[in-house]
Write a protein that binds this ligand. Structure first.
Ligand code: THU
Length: 158
């Protein structure tokens, strides 16, 4: 829902909460992602694994898909990610910060390319105690994008 923008701590809390809905029975590593727009609307997602391991989906992709449905990728401004194991108290635990994998960075860059806004990516530990922040352009320099396809498009159009 749109409204006031969330604080960094609130966005991390939303990502940690999303991780509780992960389907991560094979790795035991639950990841949650919360995506925010300029006006405070949020979409969330979590990783979804599969018995055919390679079909697993990362939390960021799941959240980006929800964001596209909720408000469109061009409105994405901030993304928080947190991952770890679910502790005995039912909350997300772990002390290592989780930065998006390379494939997810490419998908976040697609959202940046739509709006031209350099999306902030907040990487948090499972327990939420540690976090760092970087732009997607810093996390994925010299990324592949639509511009690189222009030659093929020109050829296809004749
Ligand atoms: N995972 C994510 O969801 N996001 C990341 O950025 C890194 C990894 C998931 C994939 C897999 O289900 C589990 O974490 C272990 O790699």
């Amino acid at each position: 829902m749109a409204g006031k923008r969330h604080t960094r701590a609130e966005l991390i809390a939303l990502a940690r909460n999303a991780a509780l809905s992960a389907h991560a029975r094979y790795s035991g590593f639950s990841v949650g992602c919360a995506i925010e727009t300029e006006d405070g609307a949020v979409a969330t997602g979590s990783n979804m694994e599969n018995a055919c391991y390679r079909l697993g989906v990362c939390a960021e992709i799941s959240a980006l898909t929800a964001a596209q449905q909720a408000f469109g990728l061009a409105k994405v401004r901030r993304i928080a990610v947190a991952g770890g194991r679910i502790g005995e108290d039912g909350t997300l635990a772990g002390t290592q910060t989780v930065t998006p994998c390379g494939g997810c960075r490419q998908s976040i860059a697609e959202a940046r390319d739509l709006s031209g806004f350099d999306i902030e990516v907040i990487s948090a530990s499972g327990d939420g105690g540690t976090s760092s922040s970087a732009t997607i352009s810093a996390l994925l320099p010299a990324s592949f994008g639509r511009d690189a396809l222009r030659d093929a498009e020109d050829q296809a159009r004749g």
